[in-house]
Design a protein around this ligand. Structure first.
Ligand SMILES: *Cc1c(COP(=O)(O)O)cnc(C)c1O
Length: 462
């Protein structure tokens, strides 16, 4: 402190007395603000600046630090990238019914593990099982934290210290940290690869069966596509083999499509119901991809197989919380009611017609301020599904595009950054030296706020 005074830095008390900190001290606990003030002073002490900051200047710095650090996270953003299931932006936006169900459960108590009729203990799985049976046709169903967890649980419960046969073309990496060989180790199983990268036949699986085999695992190639001279064995052919040898057939279908994406002009994604009816013992899929719900790993299949997972000690570590269960059950109910394509945002975005998207982009364009040196237009573009589903497939879309007359590349990078820093933050993509604002994954109720954000970013503040 003495050294600080000698160096001319203000004291912590002087910073806390600054009028700039009055709102902060009203909103946050005093020790928290004091901690920031000490940190800001330490940074000023370590700095090489010629002039020392005044108490008010340090206080301003403290206010900025508080604004940046102390807020509810993750902060909402408007997804103008055109990628519907953007993993870094939280994948699926949920339906209003799902959000309302979660709010009700979050704010009060709920019959999470309680049977109100008998007054006795119930199971948290009971909220999902009847819905999962209905929408997939499976005998039983449960859910855990995500599909990676679902696979670890399935392997641990059914294949511990046993061999698991996987086609060489399916021993893949799905996304950061999700590699089939690693997951296999976590589940305590031994990976046996069969076939080749592009072709695997039924005889390859047959030849690999031993008395140590615990399961055959299929993994959908969610995020890549092998084309040309290829062959893989469908569930319907593997099921009799697994049954005859009394081993499990596990099918990780990934995106969890319950509706056929082909009706929207996209290539087929495996349907959960088809894998179940083709005879898989367990079918695993994500809650937050094409299902359109919260992050979860859903497991459906034969009663005897699912029962072993329910009882496994790992289940306790991977189980869902009440809010996610409410979100997932409300999402599944949309399918039971036959209203999924209308009520689930992900499906509305996939189904959105190019003309409707063009009309929205034109309306955004019409509402922009007068531009100087920037050309705004509505142009045809391609949107993608993202989230490890339908690789290479695109949906025809129309987007608002903004391009500077001079030095367009540098301007586009800078303007996209300005949009990201705005309130609300807008994430757009930069393509061909222009900023592309794609309506595909922007919720219609976000339109006004998006236009306001564009206005703010295009209107330089003095
Ligand atoms: C996305 C995906 C996963 C991982 O799912 P998470 O729910 O994100 O853990 C696993 N397998 C396949 C085939 C996938 O497509």
């Amino acid at each position: 402190m003495v050294a600080d005074v000698r160096r001319g830095l203000p004291s912590v008390d002087a910073v806390l007395r600054s009028p700039a900190l009055r709102p902060l001290l009203a909103a946050y606990a005093r020790p928290a603000v004091t901690g920031l003030a000490r940190e800001a002073l330490a940074a000023a002490r370590a700095g090489t600046g010629e002039t020392l900051p005044t108490a008010d200047e340090v206080a301003e710095r403290v206010a900025t630090m508080a604004r940046e650090r102390w807020r509810i996270g993750p902060r909402p953003v408007i997804n103008a990238t055109g990628v519907i299931l953007h993993t870094n932006l939280g994948r699926a936006p949920l339906s209003r019914a799902a959000a309302e169900a979660a709010l009700a459960v979050a704010q009060g108590y709920s019959a999470l593990e309680f049977d109100p009729r008998s007054g006795k203990r119930g199971s948290r799985h009971d909220h999902l099982t009847p819905l999962l049976r209905e929408v997939t046709g499976a005998e039983d169903g449960i859910a855990v934290n995500n599909t990676a967890a679902a696979l670890v649980l399935a392997l641990a419960a059914l294949c511990r210290r046993r061999e698991v046969i996987v086609s060489r073309g399916q021993a893949v990496e799905i996304g950061g940290g999700f590699r089939i060989p690693d997951i296999m180790r976590q589940g305590g199983a031994t990976l046996v690869e069969v076939g080749t990268t592009n072709r695997t036949r039924l005889s390859d699986y047959e030849a690999a069966l031993t008395e140590r085999t615990g399961a055959i695992l299929r993994v959908h190639s969610s995020n890549f596509r092998i084309i040309g001279f290829t062959e893989s064995v469908p569930v319907a052919q593997l099921a009799p083999l697994a049954r005859a040898r009394d081993i499990s057939l596990i099918d990780d279908v990934g995106s969890g499509a319950l509706l056929d994406v082909r009706r929207y002009g996209l290539a087929a994604e495996p349907l959960v119901q088809e894998s179940v009816s083709a005879g898989a013992d367990l079918v695993l899929f994500s809650g937050d991809k094409l299902l359109g719900g919260p992050q979860a790993g859903v497991i459906v299949g034969r009663a005897a197989s699912v029962a072993r997972l329910r009882k496994h000690p790992l289940m306790r570590a991977l189980r869902l919380d009440k809010v996610t269960i409410a979100l997932l059950s409300a999402t599944l109910l949309h399918y039971v009611r036959g209203e999924a394509a209308r009520e689930i945002p992900v499906w509305r975005m996939i189904a959105a017609r190019p003309e409707a998207l063009e009309a929205r982009a034109r309306e955004w364009l019409r509402r922009l301020p007068a531009l100087d040196g920037v050309v705004a237009a509505v142009e045809p573009v391609s949107s993608t599904i993202g989230g490890g589903a339908l690789p290479g497939e695109t949906l025809p879309s129309h987007a608002l595009t903004l391009r500077a007359a001079r030095r367009p590349a540098a301007w586009a990078t800078r303007f996209a950054a300005t949009l990201r820093a705005g309130e609300p933050a807008v994430v757009a993509r930069v393509e061909d030296d222009r900023v592309v604002v794609d309506p595909r994954a922007v919720l219609p109720e976000e339109d006004d706020r998006l236009v306001a954000a564009l206005h703010a970013a295009l209107t330089p503040t003095p």
